[in-house]
Design a protein around this ligand. Structure first.
Ligand code: F6R
Length: 644
């Protein structure tokens, strides 16, 4: 078996690490801090290929993917076309797949996606674009698929195939079980794939059950393959694909046998690869404090012991002999690490007044701090840090809550209708005209249509009032609750506008007004297209721009994680424990966000309600601390301090 390619390396990546050879990895991969930078370099490789082919008077045959992963690559190709004159006249494209049945005009179709993101903006001749037709009659399907396959061969095969990867390990829509020799055909989508697509289809019931996809063999025949994966969500499948055995249960592992494949990853997607998760098993490492903390937590998890019970033998037998050699003995090292973790725990997230703060996560002075909690959607504050929020208020700090977006698209029509009709029942006749229009608009809305502005406004108000109910419950005065309604969010669809100066200005204005000592923000660093990442970027930009202001010298930035996953133990700088009663108070605060309960619009792959997710996550953190030998709490919220 060929384990990794020794052929072209046209990607001149300025990366964090390149796999050349380690005993765990079987696919060449490069890792970047930012997916935007990675996408730019992939686009450059494609552009180079197009130009080289053009210089030789040849056609360039590209295999293309849809989904969130390649969006920035397409954006960069469009930019190159517009600004640098990159021409696509010699390019022929074959898309990997299409839902079935699917009308090419639907906003959910891959035809629509490709036109939106690429074809409408470049000079590719229409006749050179091929995308499987989701409208083909069932009895013509087999014949159609064979013809698609034949067409690729007629054009001399694919010069370059761009891929994403599904969490099932699918490439194209080759779901688990797909054969190594499979060619273009119709398939049934895996349940997990349908759940992942549910958000953009506004509910899993709208996601088609079938698709047409190029086969594994069609993909593997490409001369060059680049697979993109961004974000934590992909880390598990990337590890299994790059380090596991070739198996039909993870079709992407077939790429281990392709001689010229590169996986282009961001740090989050790569985070479970052995060389990142436990780098000491791969190479000599520099035993910084951070690396040591990581190794000790990893060792505890591996041998299932608490820190103070680790022995020299445990270190030596688990590949940590070099750490032990550097630190002398496990005894001292264990105590150091125990203390490090112990010092992250505090019931005083705003600092403990009149206490020695040498080993506390926050400063004792000023005793009363001004705090801004930025919440991307109008419930992330309570879901992700409701317990800490409650303590900050209780301990007398001036807590401001800033809801960054209206969150309006996550309110169902049924909820909006309910509120409109309640208001209608209540209001005198002469005042109900607008409401009548709203109700009519909801009732007459067709599938694929976005909500009318008035409906969106109503939905935004519903979330606003729910938020205020929650902040009042946590005893924050209304004047300290800010609804920023950042404009990037207001498209009425899942796809948002890019962050603009206007968005940043709004955040800046609030910071300049409050002059906070602490800022809390949702730190989902590597979610390239998500609202949380855009909201975080706005905070970064705003704080960066205000850095020279004197009040900012005293301002610390704490990042919490969104609803889906928590910081790793070694990343945590502050953990705030909760008693069982505080857990219940947090649950109650989340309950005020009624439009997000009992079956939300954007359920995603996790079917638990938000309050359950939050409780499970906080309980897990507490259990992890307990397993490391620290105090046994009911739940814990975790934060990372960020230097901006
Ligand atoms: C899309 C396709 C799929 C996606 C995969 C990842 O044409 O073939 O294999 O690449 O589902 O999707 P995203 O990029 O949205 O995570």
């Amino acid at each position: 078996m060929q384990t990794h390619p020794g052929t072209i390396r046209s990607i001149k990546y300025e990366k964090i690490g390149t796999h050349e050879h380690n005993r765990f990895e079987k696919i060449h991969n490069v890792v970047f801090k930012k997916s935007s930078e990675a996408s730019r370099l992939v686009a450059e490789e494609i552009a180079d290929l197009i130009r080289r082919k053009n210089d030789k008077g040849e056609r360039c045959v590209l295999g293309l993917a849809t989904g969130s992963s390649p969006v920035s690559v397409y954006k960069e190709l469009v930019r190159m076309h517009k600004e640098e004159g990159l021409s696509f006249k010699n390019v022929v494209t074959f898309n990997l797949d299409e839902y079935y049945p699917m009308n090419p005009g639907s906003i959910h179709s891959y035809h629509y996606f490709m036109n939106e993101h690429l074809f409408n903006h470049i000079d590719i001749p229409k006749g050179q674009v091929f995308i499987p037709d989701g409208k083909i009659a069932q009895d013509k399907l087999a014949e159609y698929c064979l013809a698609y396959e034949k067409k690729i061969a007629e054009y001399g095969g694919l010069d370059f195939q761009l891929l994403g990867i599904g969490r099932t390990g699918h490439i194209g829509f080759n779901e688990p079980g797909s054969h190594y020799n499979s060619i273009t055909r119709s398939i049934t989508l895996d349940q997990l794939t349908r759940e992942d697509a549910a958000t953009s289809f506004l509910g899993i019931e709208n996601v088609p059950k079938k698709a047409i996809t190029m086969g594994v063999s069609s993909v593997k025949n490409a001369k060059r393959i680049v697979l993109l994966a961004w974000g934590h969500k992909k880390s598990e499948i990337i590890k299994r694909t790059v380090e596991g055995e070739v198996s039909s249960s993870i079709p992407a592992t077939y790429l281990q046998e392709h001689g010229n494949t590169t996986f282009v990853l961001d740090t989050e997607a790569a985070s479970l690869l052995t060389r990142f998760e436990s780098p000491w098993l791969v190479d000599a490492v520099d035993w910084t404090d951070d690396m040591t903390k990581r190794a000790v937590v990893w060792l505890c998890d591996k041998v299932k012991k608490s820190i103070l019970k680790l022995t020299d033998k445990d270190y030596n037998e688990s590949g940590l002999a070099s750490l032990l050699a550097e630190r002398g003995s496990s005894y001292e090292l264990n105590i150091d690490m125990f203390n490090e973790l112990q010092h992250t725990i505090t019931g005083w997230p705003g600092g403990k007044p009149n206490a020695d703060d040498t080993h506390r996560p926050e400063r004792a002075v000023p005793e009363k701090k001004r705090v801004i909690i930025f919440s991307p959607h109008p419930d992330d504050d309570v879901i992700s840090m409701g317990g800490t929020f409650d303590r900050l208020v209780e301990q007398g700090h001036e807590v401001h809550i800033a809801y960054q977006t209206s969150g309006n698209i996550a309110v169902s029509n049924a909820d909006a209708l309910k509120f409109a009709e309640v208001a209608m029942d209540f209001l005198p006749k002469e005042k109900i005209k607008t409401l009548g229009d709203v109700i009519k608009s909801i009732n007459e809305k067709k599938e694929n249509e976005i909500d009318a502005l008035s409906v969106r406004q109503l939905k935004g108000f519903i979330r606003k009032r729910e938020s205020i109910a929650a902040t009042r419950f946590l005893k924050v005065p209304d004047k300290q609750v800010h609804f920023l309604n950042m404009p990037f969010y207001e498209t009425g669809t899942v796809k948002k506008n890019p962050l603009s100066e206007k968005d940043i200005e709004i955040v800046k204005k609030l910071i300049a007004k409050v002059k906070p000592h602490q800022v809390y923000a949702a730190g989902d660093l590597a979610d390239p297209h998500g609202t949380h990442k855009v909201c975080l970027d706005a905070v970064f930009h705003a704080m960066g721009a205000l850095k020279s202001e004197s009040y900012m010298k005293d301002c610390w930035l704490w990042l919490y994680r969104g609803a889906w996953h928590e910081w790793e133990i070694h990343e945590i700088d502050m953990t705030v424990p909760m008693s069982p009663d505080q857990v219940l108070r947090k649950r109650k605060a989340i309950f005020f966000h009624q439009s997000q309960k009992d079956g939300v619009m954007f359920q995603g792959e996790d079917l638990r309600e938000f309050w359950v997710r939050a409780e499970d996550r906080n309980k897990k953190t507490a259990e992890h601390y307990r397993n490391l030998g620290l105090a046994d709490y009911a739940a814990m919220e975790a934060f990372k301090r960020f230097e901006y």
